[in-house]
Design a protein around this ligand. Sequence first.
Ligand SMILES: Cc1cc2nc3c(=O)[nH]c(=O)nc-3n(C[C@H](O)[C@H](O)[C@H](O)COP(=O)(O)OP(=O)(O)OC[C@H]3O[C@@H](n4cnc5c(N)ncnc54)[C@H](O)[C@@H]3O)c2cc1C
Length: 388
Amino acid sequence: MTNYDVVIVGGGIVGSSTAYFLRKNGFKGSIAVIEKDPTYAKACTPLSWGGIRKQFSNAENVHLSTFGLNLIRNLKSEFGPESDISFRETGYLVLASEASVSVLEENAKLQNSLGADTVLLSQSELTAKYPYAQFEGIAMGSLGRTGEGWFDPYGLLTLIRKGAIAKNVTYLADEVVAIDAGREAKSVTLQAGGKIGAGVVVNAGGASGGAIAAMVGFDLPVSAAKRYVYIVDCPKAPEEFRKGPAWFNTDGVYWRPEGRNFLFGFTPGEDEEPKPDWEMEHHWFEERLWPSAAERIPVFEEAKVVSSYVGHYDYNWFDQNGIIGRHPSLPNFYFGNGFSGHGIQQGPATGNAISELIIHGEYKTIDLKRLGVERIAANQPLFEKNIF
Ligand SMILES: Cc1cc2nc3c(=O)[nH]c(=O)nc-3n(C[C@H](O)[C@H](O)[C@H](O)COP(=O)(O)OP(=O)(O)OC[C@H]3O[C@@H](n4cnc5c(N)ncnc54)[C@H](O)[C@@H]3O)c2cc1C
């Protein structure tokens, strides 16, 4: 049986970042990343919007995303002068009705105290700043003037993955179907047959995080949540709108410019949560997204869907936040799961955090103890108010 000191299950942004930062932080042992689909066709990472923001309600989330932002800002020194992931730092604009103003104010206070450049805009300020939009029913907007925007998520994964391979990390194309564990995790069984001995196992399985945890008998509330992305053409959209922020309307509908088009999505209500298959449902755009967006941005009256796709969130059904840390009773099994729509920006920091736990037995950069699995057994959710 081949043995590796660290076996990482899943080679998306979390698994690849864990491998990359293990090396960067000085880990000398052998590392294997086992990835069942090296094309990443259905993985969360390449299907993501690639958004990064500091507008969160939990300090940990602000810190995790700030780590990602710093990596993106230092991309060329980290990965070489050719590195480019088309980062557009044009902000998130989150809108609130009168009833939610206090939440926006509270969040902005926290974000500002952690160095975020979040500003609150009144209805009249919004109207002056975005003359092509209509703000009836909106009492306030919060805008991240810097440090927020979007980038090419697959580009970032490719840089980190290549960086890990250059630092002597082995990628194996196979599926982990079982994990042998007693007092510790011992080996993983592969779909193609055979086992790989493991000094440490990391669960970085994205939407399959719950299924991988179940292999060691752990009930992790993480599985796929289906989300729809509509790509929309709107020839009459003014240039300033195309160069502006991502918009988050009060009803869970959001959109942002993408090249000559716009990307649209929405957060379904609890009673609307779709089955996690790969079927596209076109009616949502007509019924929910279009009316909401056209009311806010009248030029969207003439918008047309030109393409669409389905992606799966790695959804944490317990409290929609990342679950990061060590298994409570298997000391060599680690989790990096459940990011629920904010994992592309937090994958690098998560990988760094898991590498610190493996190397030092404790966090060195960001204290993420509150994101550990212990909160699930204790039934103490750490809710994030800003989930898109
Ligand atoms: C439509 C959409 C929009 C999003 N928008 C954003 C956004 O704007 N900003 C943001 O921060 N995040 C966003 N996200 C979320 C983000 O993409 C994810 O949180 C993040 O990519 C999770 O990374 P991961 O490495 O954990 O998962 P993945 O990228 O899914 O990687 C996990 C890998 O594990 C592999 N795997 C699973 N099981 C096994 C097994 N048994 N054996 C071997 N390999 C296995 C899978 O093939 C997969 O490649 C979005 C997601 C979607 C779907």
